[in-house]
Design a protein around this ligand. Structure first.
Ligand code: SF4
Length: 273
């Protein structure tokens, strides 16, 4: 057994494993802190991270009932102001009225647990999961469909969301996962769900966990471009130079996995040392 008994998987940790087994080992088994910067322009990187965090905080406060006018008065960053105005315009389109902001669900997964932290879940006839995105680019739909976040969020809600639904099971067919892009006037990419996908995802996730737990070693990825934006590259002898923020902004999401570098508040929050 490679994993401690109380190990809790998340979309980020599973994605790390799929992208590079060695990264999973360094981050979650050996608990190595960041030995290197992700990108060359750390100040800009940190600024974007703070903007994303601020936007998520504003939306959370709004969904808890603080009036938009009160919140808007205290926004000093122009990008964040525009994102928040876009959210007020269309961020909640078609959302059922019962909304659970910043909600975490944890379910069993084999011998371990699986956690999903939702920006918002709205429950009615439909159950809509919203993930707020402040990234510069909208990824390709086919790419996003394969991401562990898209898979895990819907699976966890179907498997363990009944207490958000007055004790009633949420059927897969009720579920929609919606990515909402603040930088793109609230454009969305949505993914529906059904029983067939649910069964496939369950089998694949259990298989993945068994593989992680029983494998004899954790090899470095053969997909070398991934290492450009990975904080562990010096430990792996995969270069010492941080990847370029400009390169990342302009590259295709199939070139290097966006999850390696996307300033994703949920991912950052999930990394607990
Ligand atoms: S530098 Fe490359 S091989 Fe090493 S952990 Fe990161 S992605 Fe994996």
């Amino acid at each position: 057994m490679n994993l401690p008994e109380d190990f809790v998987f998340s979309p980020s940790s599973l994605q790390d494993y799929v992208d590079c087994p060695r990264r999973f080992q360094l981050k979650y088994l050996q608990r190595q802190r960041w030995p290197a910067a992700e990108v060359d322009e750390m100040l800009e990187f940190e600024k974007r991270m703070e903007q994303g965090q601020r936007f998520h905080q504003l939306v959370h406060q709004h969904l808890l009932g603080i009036p938009a006018d009160t919140l808007t008065k205290h926004i000093s960053d122009e990008s964040v102001r525009q994102w928040f105005e876009t959210y007020l315009k269309n961020g909640l389109t078609d959302m059922p009225k019962t909304r659970f902001p910043e909600r975490t669900l944890t379910i069993p997964l084999g011998k371990y647990a699986l956690l999903a932290k939702f920006d918002v879940v709205a429950i009615g006839d439909k159950a809509i999961i919203i993930d707020w995105k402040t990234s510069r680019k909208i990824p390709r739909r086919e790419w996003l469909a394969k991401k562990l976040q898209t898979i895990v969020y819907r699976y966890v809600l179907a498997k363990g969301g009944s207490h958000l639904n007055k004790g009633q099971t949420i059927e897969p067919e009720q579920i929609e996962m919606r990515y909402w892009y603040a930088e793109h006037d609230g454009a969305t990419l949505s993914f529906t769900y059904d029983k067939e996908q649910f069964a496939t995802h369950e089998a694949n996730l259990l298989h993945l966990v068994d593989e992680i737990d029983s494998r004899p070693d954790f090899p470095l990825t053969e997909d070398m471009p991934r290492c450009r934006f990975c904080t562990y590259r010096s430990l792996c002898d995969r270069g010492t130079q941080a990847g370029s923020l400009v390169d990342w902004d302009t590259m295709d999401t199939d070139d290097v996995d966006l999850a390696d570098f996307e300033i994703d508040i949920d991912q950052i929050a999930e990394i607990e040392f």
